[in-house]
Write a protein that binds this ligand. Structure first.
Ligand SMILES: [Zn+2]
Length: 396
């Protein structure tokens, strides 16, 4: 106990001096702390409302994420808050402030279904063969770990894909950008922005994460399946030649598995530059079909209720699902990139492949191959994304 107290005091007083080079500050669910033996001697700096603030080296963080997966099989598991914590002027209440930021007050947007013709024509253009072609190429990277050479190559692959497709369609106006995920990561977040006709309006953004954990994890379902939804929608939108009133962002996040790092940096940058978005749609794991009576689920925490309801309305109208065919599920922690946007006050929604209980238990193992991905199931999410883009982006 005494030893723990000393560590606690040292870390709070002089965190920079007592941390190893690759150490960072992370928020984890207190439910996860028990998964790592090391925590028995390394007490959290703070505990509040089911969350713990801890310091971890990169390898401890990876151990924790792996342990969470072995026990609970869900994406991510930690939130990297190193930057926020170091800058905080109220460190002793860090977790209280962090928790408060998870419940922003959204201004109502009056989302409305009114672009049926454009939605139907975009849905006609999405293509399961193209989806399958893309995902098979993308998972050929043996490892997309965010601080590995192949993880960096995956990011460059997505950048070149985005640039080349714009060029093929003669779209000089499409803006492809990379966003650094910080000095600890070789991999960068990539996004393509298709400019809207009215730049004064808030844009819309869809995204999935490009990375996997360290070492030979094909990550077909988690999350090549979601990144491929983004890639296929980008392709279909360019092929359609459709104009939108609002900017549309097609985003591949770096370094999600290690603490939502890429999306956190991007969301903070957007907020700091006053980039307005009326909604963010997250695709993380859309390929595994648990053959449940409910074919689609929606994550209910760290999202906007209003945008989630609207996204369900789109599934009813354009996918022919009944409201009662859509389940709801709670992560109970920041389980994917939508949470980064949510904390910066951007409304998000997160449709998911299955219920929490029946999710794909092969993720984060070498068995997360194409055998876990049902392309027809994934195409439900592509079609939902097409409807979402055309309605939210106000297709012309
Ligand atoms: Zn994931």
């Amino acid at each position: 106990m005494a030893v723990k107290k000393i560590i606690f005091t040292l870390l709070v007083a002089v965190p920079a001096l007592s941390l190893q080079e690759d150490s960072g500050f992370y928020v984890v669910s207190t439910n996860f702390v028990k998964f790592v033996e090391k925590y028995k001697v390394k007490s959290p700096l703070q505990v509040f409302a089911g969350k713990a603030l801890v310091t971890l080296t990169a390898s401890e963080r990876d151990d924790l994420v792996n342990a969470v997966h072995e026990n609970q099989s869900f994406c991510a598991g930690v939130t990297d808050v190193s930057d926020e914590y170091m800058k905080s002027e109220n460190k002793e209440n860090f977790l209280q402030e962090f928790s408060a930021s998870q419940s922003p007050n959204f201004v109502s947007d009056n989302y409305e279904i009114k672009h049926e013709t454009q939605v139907r024509s975009l849905i006609d253009l999405v293509d399961s063969a193209k989806y399958e072609e893309f995902i098979r190429k993308y998972i050929a990277f043996p490892d997309r770990y965010s601080n590995s050479e192949t993880g960096k190559q995956a990011s460059e692959y997505l950048k070149v894909y985005s640039q080349n497709l714009a060029k093929t369609h003669g779209r000089n106006d499409v803006d492809v950008q990379e966003v650094s995920a910080g000095k600890n990561y070789l991999q960068k977040t990539i996004y393509a922005r298709i400019p809207g006709t009215d730049p004064s309006l808030p844009g819309v953004l869809i995204g999935g994460h490009m990375d996997t954990l360290r070492n030979n994890k094909p990550g077909a379902d988690d999350d090549a399946s979601g990144a491929t939804v983004v890639a296929e929608l980008y392709r279909a939108v360019l092929e359609s030649g459709m104009k939108f009133k609002r900017d549309i962002y097609f985003t591949y996040y770096a370094a999600e598995e290690v603490g939502l790092v890429g999306s956190n940096v991007m969301a903070k940058q957007f907020k700091a530059s006053d980039v307005k978005l009326r909604g963010v749609l997250q695709f993380d794991m859309v390929g595994y079909n648990a053959e449940e009576p409910l074919p689609m689920h929606f994550v209910e925490d760290n999202v906007s209720d209003e945008l989630t309801k609207f996204t369900k309305d789109l599934a009813v109208r354009y996918l022919g699902l009944k409201t009662r065919e859509m389940g709801t599920t709670l992560c109970n922690y920041e389980c994917s990139d939508h949470a980064s946007w949510n904390r910066q006050g951007y409304p998000s929604a997160f449709p998911f492949e299955s219920s929490f209980d029946n999710m794909n238990h092969k993720i984060h193992t070498a068995k997360d191959t194409m055998d876990t991905v049902n392309v027809e199931h994934a195409m439900r999410f592509v079609k939902l994304g097409a409807a979402w883009i055309a309605e939210m982006g106000e297709a012309q």
